[in-house]
Design a protein around this ligand. Structure first.
Ligand code: XMP
Length: 333
């Protein structure tokens, strides 16, 4: 598929049967493009790169090399899910890179949001390039480009864009879902057997939890954020109607709370201490340029509050951010 223009006659992929036809066509097309060569793919665990990885495994098997970089800013359970699905279930060649210390060391003390993003982006390219150089004979780069990436942002994909690779690492692109819209990518992903948790995953910024651990990232606050976020998502996932995006942010400030500890006489006594606050965001948006806060059931809010303050070390306050975009943005940074 060479054209970047979706043909007018192209049917929207809405059913498993249409998805299967698309998969069969793409498997053939990828085999024709790649021959017996190797393909490298940055597998973030997001919908698009996961669907492309599953499609490429089907087409070329162990000539696909997936690189999953754990930068320490992923949500709870994400690296484990990528390993389970791709390595254990699909039998893919998965190179898992634990780069947590490397990223967090580079980010230590950096509080400017744009500098944080730049460090994360640059470090990602460096890690990916290092892995690419270890492999012999790779000539192709798989990418989860989808149609809105082409029509709205000239093909630049923020969260798994490896377009900034150095000169000696220029590959021919393999972009099997580049003419599909997001909903179609999900139907194809389902047909390829990917789990719902992956196929219906909500959008997640490339810099990950880095933009939700505002200011200079510290490991203890990042861990608290990851735990609180997992609780928030688990509780909201129980709702029949879920907001488009929902998550926790833990800003870089502390406020007073009370901790109950046993005194010398064996009696519980309250002690004041400074703890972080967890902010819940829950929004609906159509095109992300605007977003509307979504009201959550009071019981859900209370459960999230009770669980976070009981289960997460260091958080003593839970707040709900019900701002709209504009004037706010969806993410805090
Ligand atoms: P904002 O905060 O700009 O977010 O209202 C709009 C949507 O974009 C996501 N987002 C990002 N995605 N890299 C990304 O890949 C980023 O740096 C980034 N910042 C925000 C955000 O989660 C929301 O869905």
């Amino acid at each position: 598929m060479n054209s970047n223009k979706r043909p007018e006659a192209m049917k929207r992929i809405t059913t498993p049967a249409l998805a299967q036809t698309f998969i069969d066509e793409q498997v053939e097309a990828v085999r024709a493009q790649v021959g017996n060569k190797k393909v490298l793919l940055a597998l973030s665990g997001g919908v698009d790169s996961s669907v492309v990885a599953a499609l490429l495994v089907k087409a070329i098997g162990d000539r696909l090399f997936c690189v999953h970089v754990n930068h320490g800013l992923l949500r709870k359970g994400e690296p484990e899910m990528v390993i389970k699905v791709f390595k254990e279930e699909l039998g893919a060649n998965l190179i898992y890179v634990d780069a947590v210390d490397r990223f967090l060391d580079k980010l230590a003390g950096v509080d400017d949001p744009e500098t944080k993003r730049k460090i994360i982006g640059k470090e990602f390219i460096d890690v990916f390039a290092e892995e690419a150089r270890k492999l012999d004979g790779v000539e192709f780069l798989g990418q989860g480009t989808i149609y809105p990436d082409i029509t709205e942002s000239k093909g630049v994909k923020a969260h798994h864009n490896v377009g900034g690779l150095p000169e000696d690492l220029q590959f021919e692109l393999v972009e099997p879902v580049k003419l599909l819209y997001k909903d179609e990518v999900r139907v194809v992903g389902k047909e390829l057997g990917l789990p719902d948790r992956m196929v219906y995953r909500q959008p997640f910024p490339g810099p990950g939890l880095g933009v939700r651990c505002t200011g200079a990232i510290t490991r203890d606050r990042l861990d608290a954020l990851r735990e609180a976020d997992a609780i928030c998502r688990e509780e909201i996932d129980k709702l029949e109607e879920k907001p488009w995006q929902y998550f926790i942010t833990v800003p870089d400030f502390k406020s007073t709370g009370i901790k109950y500890v046993k005194g010398e006489d064996g009696q519980e006594e309250g002690q004041r201490y400074m703890g972080w606050s967890a902010f819940i965001t829950s929004v609906n948006t159509i095109h992300q340029l605007t977003a509307e806060s979504v009201q959550l059931p009071w019981e859900t809010l209370c459960t999230i509050r009770d669980r976070i303050t009981a289960e997460v070390d260091g958080i003593n306050r839970v707040l709900w951010d019900f701002s709209n975009k504009p004037v706010a943005t969806i993410e805090f940074e």
